[in-house]
Design a protein around this ligand. Structure first.
Ligand SMILES: [Zn+2]
Length: 224
């Protein structure tokens, strides 16, 4: 394996690339990417977009088509993954990647594809808005992208096509980021002194303490 995967960050930043994939199913080791979309954001504003269907070389199961409305006919003339992925990675450059549930889903497809095709890891750090939403909107019972969008009164029209989901998620990230900043301003003690991640309450043999949310990667602590 060449290189390292990026780190998961939890920050409100102004410049990033938000991305989303549609796939033939939920198993990164067996299913294939059928659409990649991304939006480049500068100064919190969308400035550029990238979107391509991908010919997966296999039949798209009807269960997948029912969700994303992408069919075999639609991808017949589309580029193969190698070309699509290279285009996406070039578009993303060294930007921090933002996406919903990318830590356990989309990035695994990207990592596997990049390893298989380019023989390299994708090292961009990333922000998963699913984690942010759970942290910033703890009272919401579900944190799917459409739940978060509905909470902020952001339109969910055309959901489950990758570019529409990117547009939706970019708006959600901007709203979640403002809540994150506010939480940190009101509770500066929850910021890890070592890495800037948020800390969580833990209990050890000497009682309760704040420990870095990025444990075991970071071992920052603070007394309560
Ligand atoms: Zn830390």
């Amino acid at each position: 394996m060449t290189g390292n995967k990026g780190k998961r960050l939890n920050q409100y930043i102004s410049d990033y690339v938000v991305f989303d994939l549609e796939t033939t199913g939920v198993r990164p080791d067996a299913d294939e990417i059928i659409e990649i979309s991304a939006i480049q954001v500068r100064g919190h504003k969308a400035v550029n977009e990238f979107s391509t269907l991908v010919n997966p070389g296999i039949h798209i199961p009807s269960a997948a088509s029912r969700v994303n409305h992408i069919t075999d006919d639609m991808v017949e003339e589309a580029p193969k993954l190698a070309q699509a992925l290279e285009g996406f990675l070039e578009f993303a450059g060294n930007d921090i990647l933002v996406g919903h549930n990318i830590h356990s889903f989309d990035l695994n497809f990207i990592y596997r594809g990049a390893m298989r095709i380019l023989g390299a890891a994708v090292e961009n750090d990333y922000i998963d808005t699913l984690y942010m939403a759970r942290q910033c909107l703890p009272k919401l019972s579900h944190h799917k992208l459409s739940d978060v969008a509905a909470y902020f009164h952001i339109s969910t029209a055309g959901a489950h096509r990758a570019l529409n989901d990117c547009v939706m998620n970019q708006k959600c990230y901007e709203e979640l980021g403002k809540i994150l900043e506010q939480r940190r301003k009101t509770n500066p003690e929850i910021i890890c002194p070592k890495c800037g991640s948020e800390m969580v309450k833990r209990s050890g043999k000497f009682g309760e303490f704040y420990g870095c949310g990025d444990f075991p990667r970071c071992r920052g602590t603070r007394k309560i």
